[in-house]
Design a protein. Structure first.
Length: 101
């Protein structure tokens, strides 16, 4: 039986959160259901007013990925119609942007 969209996203987010936890530019990774969030490490304190989110938002948008930045906290909330392959693409792009930021 094919997993539900909810179950697919939850499972893939859980695996991706382990990758994010090991990244030097990421802190405080958390997941609730199909929502995954993480903080970008910066010289400024964690805040909704941290400008790093605006910069990263533009970088992700160029790669056709819409993330919700609130300051230096990034949120990924994919729609239930997302495929496993699309999630893999999104995760790969997130890591690539973080590696080159």
């Amino acid at each position: 039986m094919k997993p539900s969209p909810f179950d697919l996203i939850v499972k893939k987010h859980a695996a991706f959160s382990e990758i994010l936890r090991k990244h030097l530019k990421v802190d405080h990774v958390r997941q609730t259901g199909t929502i995954i969030a993480w903080e970008i490490v910066s010289s400024e304190k964690t805040s909704y007013f941290n400008d790093i989110g605006k910069t990263l938002y533009k970088k992700f948008l160029k790669r056709e990925i819409i993330l919700r930045p609130l300051g230096n906290v990034m949120y990924l909330v994919p729609p239930y119609c997302v495929t496993s392959e699309e999630l893999d693409y999104i995760y790969h792009q997130i890591v690539e942007v973080l590696d080159n930021f």
